[in-house]
Ligand binder design. Sequence first.
Ligand code: ADP
Ligand code: MG
Length: 777
Amino acid sequence: SMVAERILRRRSLEIRNRQQDWQGSPEGQKMIEFRKSLPAHKERDTLLAAVSQNQVVVVSGETGCGKTTQLPQYILESEIEAERGATCNIICTQPRRISAMAVSERVAAERGESLGESVGYKVRLEGIRGRDTRLLFCTTGILLRRLLLDRELKGVTHVIVDEIHERGMNEDFLLIVLKDLLPRRPDLRLVLMSATLNAELFSSYFGAAPMIHIPGFTFPVRSYFLENILEATGYRLTPYNQIDNYGEDKKWKMQKQTLRKRKTQIASAVEGSLEAADFTDFSRQTQESLSCWNPDSIGFNLIENVLSHICRNERPGAVLVFMTGWDDINSLKDQLQSHPILGDPSRVLLLACHGSMSSAEQKLIFNKPEDGIRKIVLATNMAETSITINDVVFVVDCGKAKETSYDALNNTPCLLPSWISKASAKQRRGRAGRVQAGECYHLYPRCVHNSLSEYQLPELLRTPLQSLCLQIKSLQLGSISEFLSKALQSPESLSVENAIEYLKTIGALDEKENLTVLGHKLSMIPVEPKLGKMLVYGAIFNCLDPIMTVVAGLSSRDPFMMPFDKKDLAESAKAQFAARDFSDHLALVRAYDGWKEAERKQNGHEYCWHNFLSSQTLRAIDSLRKQFFYLLKEIGLVDNLETCNMWSEDNHLIRSVICAGLFPGICSVVNKDKSISLKTMEDGPVLLYANSVNAQEFKIPRPWLVFNDKVKVNSVFLRDSTAVSDSMVLLFGGSILPTRLESRYGHLTMLGGYLEFFTRRSLADTYLRLKTELDEF
Ligand code: ADP
Ligand code: MG
């Protein structure tokens, strides 16, 4: 070990010498000058002293002051100076993969190295690191995964958790785990970094850990609200303009109660403030226009108008547009591309900035375009804090945000766009004042801004806990409710109990709250458990293609469009896809398959047009399907490409698998004379949404409907549904059975109860045999 120590020491010296050489070179000098100009530099010694004297330190500072790129580097440099350059091991987590990649590249460049020398990164399915890598940027999810295998974080000397102010679920989750670990690892150092000033919360969570604030600088930014924009541009909102994009909240995945409560809160706050607002200073035109403003929707036309106003009238400078998600970014981009100014590449460089862009695209975003060309970047709220585009002078803020990332440990792939907080709005505005005074165009009235909440609710308190509970179990963190009671802000115990109960019902947890084989698989699939279960069953029963389509469809918007003026035509188009199969899900499968076929013949657009389908949503479904397939292969659920679609034409089987996923979302069907009466186990009578194919029927010749979602308006309404038979519920439902079935088939449930994954062959055989015996079709 003396020899080993000597080798390590020599390596440390080598690393130090290499750094000194680079720092002596002209580029090195220039870089050092730049780094010294950042506000973080003045605090370097204070920061390093605090880190060496305390186990936990909380650092805050305005975006762009140098937290992410400098602080981990300061620690690395001081370790190298102390000749621990070969033994230190610094991990810095980022909430998003793109920032992990961008930041590591930047830090390597600041050190005159390429990635994989002292600095590296690791995100899901990708990474660059080498033998000498001592500073690793990774997603929060990656560190959580590492904890799964190495609960003590052996060999890690520093953990830096970045962007904690966002209060993402993964970050809150990681903090509980780390808080638990610290007493067992007294030598481990933890640094928490946050953009805004709620550092006290984190400090007190870690027993009054010291806080260090980096004072920053920004230039003043002038705010324009909707009324000012309308007044200045003469643009008029029309009710028609409002129908376009954001109204659809169909596929929301939030915990229903919370969402409903929040939605009404927000809606009434917005309405209240609109009523209270006094717009008398503005022209009649503007006042009329404001009365058409719909808080649920943001017209792309309005954004287009603002952008062309900037391009025609304003000084040079890049524009950053905050949108809610990348599907919206793409369709806005499509629209802008046919605009005479905005779509002209000799005048405008139009870029999209989202989580899954390539590093070539990233470069374009950071680079300054040629003189005379205006850069316009359409971004998600990722550009709020994680990514800094230096030359931005104008910000356009739609006022809403949505989680869209699809990351293995990000549990909620699709959320409803909702109003941002004042803190976010301020953050967005601040992005315009990086290099000179800037301007921010808020696409909502000032009175609405005043009614926004101060901070966003932490993700842990506003998303379903089912996936999180699975994860707590798969990380072997003990009792779920005990674990969650240790969070910064704990979710209500009722939501926790509901989640556990649900996981037991679908067979992911056993009675003692232990992970089942199914639960283990589900914890590796980043969609809601019920959709994950559908995928698992689709893989086991070899009907993967249609099931992937169903799951992808349920995770995106509804591709079936129902324009008000052509409702009948649209309904009959959808009914044709349903082919009297009494299933919205099968209708989707056929519509998608038809579209793929049409795409192959180059007439996808025409196909969508005739059938009232959104080609954009179908494309999104297509790309999700690819991700699912890759993932299922990765976790070993699909091994044989030849057989995985052996039963894909078998409608009964597909229905059964849909039933497996959606159970206990089930209601009984009783056909009356001219109407159908539907009842769920817990709500009593329920109704179908008008755009379900089953809503057009006078009789449903099956005893049950399984459904994806239910929403209470005045009555309880069911969304997409599929008719299923007794045998399907018996074999593919959960452990509890509707009473009607219990009495008739109780003795058979052990055959169909839980599916055992290791006997997939015999299971498929069992199913087929039972299908012949019990089939009622
Ligand atoms: P913080 O984490 O405090 O928001 P960062 O450390 O990310 O700040 O960035 C500090 C500064 O480094 C930014 O203001 C910007 O000037 C510069 N910078 C960061 N990333 C890049 C990059 N990829 N290319 C050029 N400059 C960058
Ligand atoms: Mg940062």
